[in-house]
Design a protein around this ligand. Structure first.
Ligand SMILES: Cc1cc2nc3c(=O)[nH]c(=O)nc-3n(C[C@H](O)[C@H](O)[C@H](O)COP(=O)(O)O)c2cc1C
Length: 192
């Protein structure tokens, strides 16, 4: 079997990674429940900042209930079992500019980055990233180089004016929906 292809007999596991960016508050209804409906098993990991947001509003608990797995936002103790099954594909959505920069530079200083950084270097575990950024993030001098680094590692970026037009900070239309179904389409294409 080549690349990220998964045996048709096995239920595929989607590793959903949420960061502290706009839209993460609807991660469950936008991404996790639709992925479950499409037949994925889903295991959710959050950055520490996203974990604090979703624990504060009760969503972390609802995500755990929906997926059947604990939501991870901190590393396990060395003697503990891994709480999630092996993942067939990671989606980082929404990905903050901060997390994109860290991933491109191999920084793994939290559980979410640790898992995704390892997947980027693992044959057969595709990684899809939706950078949920604005025009100011994209003008940072390191931004294009970071995206190019990720593309060259075969990370699939859900990015560009067709999927997420960039607005100046605080100029975007309020509550604009994230391209959740494109993120899932990329994950399915990457594991087909
Ligand atoms: C309410 C709020 C919304 C934010 N939205 C975004 C966003 O959409 N994109 C982004 O790149 N950063 C956003 N940030 C900034 C990030 O939360 C910040 O850079 C944080 O350090 C990201 O941490 P993480 O990548 O570990 O989750 C937001 C911050 C706050 C307080």
């Amino acid at each position: 079997m080549q690349g990220g292809a998964v045996s048709p007999d096995k239920q595929r596991v989607l590793g959903v990674v949420g960061t502290a960016a706009g839209g993460v508050e609807v991660l469950r209804t936008g991404l996790v429940e639709p992925a479950l409906e499409r037949g994925w098993q889903v295991a959710v990991t959050l950055t520490p900042a996203a974990g604090s947001w979703l624990r504060a509003n009760g969503e972390a608990e609802r995500l755990a209930k929906a997926t059947g797995f604990p939501v991870r936002d901190e590393p396990r103790l060395p003697g503990d079992e891994r709480p999630h099954p092996p993942v067939d594909c990671y989606v980082v959505a929404p990905a903050s500019a901060n997390t994109v920069a860290k991933l491109a530079n191999g920084i793994a200083d939290n559980q979410a980055l640790t898992q995704v950084s390892e997947a980027i270097g693992t044959r057969g575990v595709p990684v899809v990233v939706f950078p949920r950024v604005n025009a100011a993030h994209a003008r940072h001098p390191a931004w294009e180089r970071n995206l190019e680094t990720l593309r060259s590692a075969d990370v699939k970026l859900v990015y560009g004016p067709d999927v997420w037009p960039l607005f100046e900070p605080r100029d975007a239309p309020p509550r604009r929906p994230l391209p959740w179904s494109s993120v899932l389409d990329y994950a399915e294409a990457a594991t087909a």
